[in-house]
Design a binder for this molecule. Structure first.
Ligand SMILES: Nc1ncnc2c1ncn2[C@@H]1O[C@H](COP(=O)(O)OP(=O)(O)OP(=O)(O)O)[C@@H](O)[C@H]1O
Length: 339
């Protein structure tokens, strides 16, 4: 798969008032593949917004290069940058719609700026509003719309000039969970039906789970983990990714739940990772049976990511628990004793 965006060893430092400086983005190398949905996650201050501003050339890196569609953004003149930016659609948390323009006026605006004639503008605007399901609201004003509808207008407007790339900066953070799901499924259609590559910046792991093909985890300006969303969810490698996954999946007991489980169950509490490997349940049962261990299922959850099974089951084990754990691990089953 070819790369639409390549970041090579990109850093962005900002000077602070006290004379020190902060690396908002610190030596990040990253490829965004043509046609994928890549989610970039991280807590507040991790450097996500700065990364987006580097991708659309609103910031220049202190060092490193940013290639979009083979063009090094750091080497372009201001005129060339404007042209490059017009090939990148953007949507925002606060929608950033023009309040004084109608829905159709908002969507047509980038076409007007690009010098597209009225007839073609009207045709394209209607086509986009139809795509996002808002044709009947063409003459409404933004303030007459719900948050989800506003974001759908934002998406239509971002796509007006047919950009191959869409950047979504916290695009669902102001929406309730149900509306979030609607907007995310629209973005999935934008990707699948229009072939637009999408970079989603978010602190919401649930959004990642619903939309992304791959996920990149940022912490203190650095890219600490990147992988297929299934792999990162089912086997997060770094502490930062583990924290995020825990926040979105509730298949492992929380500290409170664990305390209660311990109170009710005197045996040892062990969580086993569930993946989509065939025959996994049978292998788990065999490890318990052959070691004479009694297993009582006390907690757990199994769900799907990208149509693949993932989750965790927590057992109270009594009997020869050490031998059971050894048998599980020897068979490649990931088992953690809860501490
Ligand atoms: N223009 C700036 N001047 C000085 N420091 C900045 C500037 N922009 C960002 N920073 C600093 O860089 C770091 C990363 O900020 P950034 O906004 O990119 O993080 P973020 O992950 O997007 O966080 P949030 O979700 O809160 O926006 C922070 O420490 C921030 O204070």
């Amino acid at each position: 798969m070819t790369a639409l965006i390549t970041l090579e060893n990109v850093s962005k430092r900002f000077d602070r008032r006290d004379g020190s400086s902060v690396a908002a983005v610190d030596a990040v190398s990253l490829e965004v593949r043509t046609g994928e949905v890549l989610a970039v996650i991280g807590y507040s201050g991790a450097g996500k917004s700065t990364l987006v501003r580097l991708l659309n050339a609103l910031e220049k890196p202190t060092s490193g290069s940013v290639l979009v569609g083979g063009q090094d953004l750091t080497k372009l003149s201001e005129g060339e940058l404007r042209a490059a930016r017009s090939k990148i659609g953007m949507i925002f948390q606060q929608f950033n719609l023009f309040r004084s323009r109608t829905v159709a006026g908002n969507v047509a605006y980038p076409l007007k700026v690009a010098g597209v004639g009225k007839a073609e503008r009207d045709r394209r605007t209607a086509e986009l509003l139809d795509f996002v399901g808002l044709l009947d609201r063409a003459h409404s004003y933004p303030e007459q719309l719900s948050g989800g509808q506003k974001q759908r207008v934002g998406i239509a407007r971002a796509l007006a000039t047919n950009p191959p790339l869409l950047l979504a900066d916290e695009a669902t953070s102001a929406l309730d969970p149900e509306t979030t799901t609607e907007v995310l499924s629209l973005l999935r259609r934008v990707n699948a039906e229009l072939g637009v590559t999408i970079v989603v910046i978010t602190h919401e792991m649930d959004a990642v789970r619903q939309i992304a093909d791959r996920v990149a985890v940022m912490e203190d300006g650095r890219l600490v983990e990147i992988g297929d969303v299934y792999d990162v969810f089912s086997d997060p490698r770094t502490a930062a990714a583990q924290r995020f996954v825990r926040s979105a999946t509730h298949d492992r007991p929380s500290a409170d739940t664990l305390a209660r489980l311990r109170h009710q169950h005197p045996g040892r509490i062990v969580s086993v990772r569930i993946t989509d490997e065939p025959g996994l349940q049978q292998r788990i049962d065999t490890a318990f049976r052959t070691t004479g261990t009694t297993a009582e299922l006390v907690y757990g959850g199994v769900s799907e990511i990208r149509e693949r099974r993932t989750g965790s089951l927590t057992y109270e084990l009594t009997g020869n628990v050490d031998a059971a754990l050894e048998a599980l691990r020897a068979d490649g089953v990931h088992a953690d004793e809860e501490d």
